[in-house]
Write a protein that binds this ligand. Structure first.
Ligand code: SF4
Ligand code: SF4
Length: 62
């Protein structure tokens, strides 16, 4: 198994787009009005987790 990937809690996400603009891998997409992690691209850098203003993103490794 690889590193745990970032996950977005859809109930918390406000669709502000902040995480999408900071992801170095373009692994975050807006999908159905909420951010979504394309896990194959995510390198578990945690930048998005620190960026989200409402703490909607989590990852087991961080
Ligand atoms: S952990 Fe890093 S690579 Fe993965 S979605 Fe967040 S910003 Fe992108
Ligand atoms: S930064 Fe947080 S609230 Fe904004 S789109 Fe990403 S997950 Fe949603």
């Amino acid at each position: 198994m690889g590193k745990p990937k970032a996950k977005v809690d859809k109930k918390i996400c406000l669709a502000c787009g902040g995480c999408i603009s900071v992801c170095p891998q373009d692994a975050l997409l807006m999908c159905g009005g909420r951010a979504y992690v394309h896990e194959e691209n995510c390198i578990s850098c945690a930048i998005c987790i620190r960026t989200c203003p409402v703490g909607a993103i989590s990852g087991e490794a961080y």
